[in-house]
Design a binder for this molecule. Sequence first.
Ligand SMILES: O=P(O)(O)OC[C@H]1O[C@](O)(CO)[C@@H](O)[C@@H]1O
Length: 526
Amino acid sequence: MWIDLKNHARRVEKRRIEDLFSDPDRAGNFSVSALGMLFDFSKTQLDAEVMDTLIALAQASEVDARRDAMFSGEKINETEGRAVLHTALRNLDGGAVKVDGEDVMPEVLATLDRMEALAEEIRAGDFTDVVNIGIGGSDLGPVMGVLALAPYHDGPRCHFVSNVDGADIADTLRGCDPARTLFIVASKTFSTIETLTNARTAKAWLADNNAPMDGRFVALSSNVPAAGDFGIPADRVLGFEDWVGGRYSMWGPIGLSLMIAIGGPAFRAFLRGGQAMDRHFCSAELHENLPVLLALVGIWHNQGMGNGTRAVLPYDNRLMRLPAYLQQLEMESNGKSVAMDGSDLRVQSGPVVWGEPGTNGQHAFYQLIHQGTAVVPCEFLVAAQGHEADLTHHHQLLVANCLAQSEALMRGRSLDEARAKVADKFDRDELERQARHRVFPGNRPSTTLIYDKLDPETLGKIIALYEHRVFVEGVILGVNSYDQWGVELGKELATALGPLVTGEVPVDGKDGSTAQLLKFVHTHAG
Ligand SMILES: O=P(O)(O)OC[C@H]1O[C@](O)(CO)[C@@H](O)[C@@H]1O
């Protein structure tokens, strides 16, 4: 079937996407509306035959069966021997979920209640600032969510420190009052060097400012003993199980900073949004299933058309960290070249994901998207409504820009149109040269996800949509989307290089480049 996909790509490559709209039903046939959102993928080269192949691919990969296995607590993360049940964290009223025969829901719901009580205590206390210290999945979800739901904030200010670069914590703490700042140490393993280093610095900052440590730290971790060793008592630790992957963890304790910012009821609305997407994913037919369709469009572009990257372009400024969040979600999950069974992957691994919010990206990298030689499939996201009732003209302009971009990518501008644009400015010879620079090839694919308004429930739906998209793409590629062995080697080498950087250990046996860089550090570090 991979061959069929390539053959389809060859069949359609010269065709104009625009021409496909001579079929008056195209927009309706190549879009799906569910849960208050519309996913339009009609501005792509997909046609009924390609769709048949993609659906057949999903069926042959047993997406349905794998999905059911995931939701029922089977250990589908085979390389780590773990179940994958972040969905249980938002299963507010969905009944039992069993792992090794035991229902995990009573513990999940009790933890959610504890989390809410703690969040309310912090919101009602006299903290002005809350600093979440975490990295990767223990940072990107909460930071993305806190920015996304700014209109719902009524708690203390939330900051996020992730980078081991001392600049991150120093710049953050400069604006905080030691007497009124609470630290959240978010680390599933409680062993991540960046997070522990920052947490120790936070502790020292309190001590240096004669502020008590008591009641000033909360830990979010699966490793309660390690949090205890750090000095955070068990009653200030919110735990979660190993069946919640780091990049899928913002629905549970790791989302505490978001809950502190927006309050328990709004956080539960976020969970309800995720749960609604789970139900849709589990019940809708493949050809009407939002996550499946988003995944199939991704597979088509990445594997069929051979596009190595995809851009995520939210026309929603508060989703400014969504591209970064999706980079981890998608690239840590599906950036693999070994299949689940240990064999070499016979297709490309998942694509590079990147992006920026519109309209800012338009004034930065859209030049390449429109006129560069590589085709970058674009995924637009936009709300029908903004939050700023007195600034509707801004929102209308934002929407117009979003729609204009997908139209421009598809239509392009022909040489004749370009000539007409500049005909009165140049003489005949110069006109030809100038016109060529103003040609847009067009025929560049994009999809648009449009929703009512970015409220907590909608954010929950969008994030769960992308999570399941990654899962479906992973199943079709044949990889394990839930491990991340590719991050290990760098961590090991950084630990080994530490004493070489400090000079405790001589630089022996290193490659010439690394040795030269170390030498520069030693002579310039001051
Ligand atoms: O929450 P932890 O255990 O500190 O891990 C942070 C991040 O590090 C990784 O393990 C590797 O980058 C991510 O998967 C994870 O989100």
